[in-house]
Ligand binder design. Structure first.
Ligand code: SF4
Length: 90
């Protein structure tokens, strides 16, 4: 039995049709090649204003670098280090 102390934040809770209905207005995901291309645009700024502005202090340049390197699990882990709202790694 699930308790309120362990909220259900795991991914994949909805069926494909439920996702399609509920997120019909969402921008399509990037392909991995598109994500790498976008990640390679990052300048890895020394003072990283993106990280300074982030309310959860995510190390943005680090997770972008991991995307550019094709390390998507490492990128997600970097985000989850400071922000657990993205769900759980399976
Ligand atoms: S994402 Fe952050 S580190 Fe990368 S270029 Fe933009 S401000 Fe700089």
């Amino acid at each position: 039995m699930q308790t309120l102390l362990t909220p259900d934040v795991r991914p994949g809770r909805l069926s494909a049709s439920e996702y399609a209905t509920r997120f019909a207005d969402a921008t399509p995901r990037l392909t991995q090649a598109q994500a790498v291309l976008e990640a390679e645009r990052c300048l890895y700024c020394y003072d990283a204003p993106c990280a300074t502005a982030c309310p959860t202090s995510i190390d943005v340049p680090s997770f972008i670098k991991r995307i550019a390197d094709g390390n998507l699990r490492g990128s997600a882990a970097t985000i989850f280090d400071t922000n657990p709202l993205g769900g759980r790694l399976e």
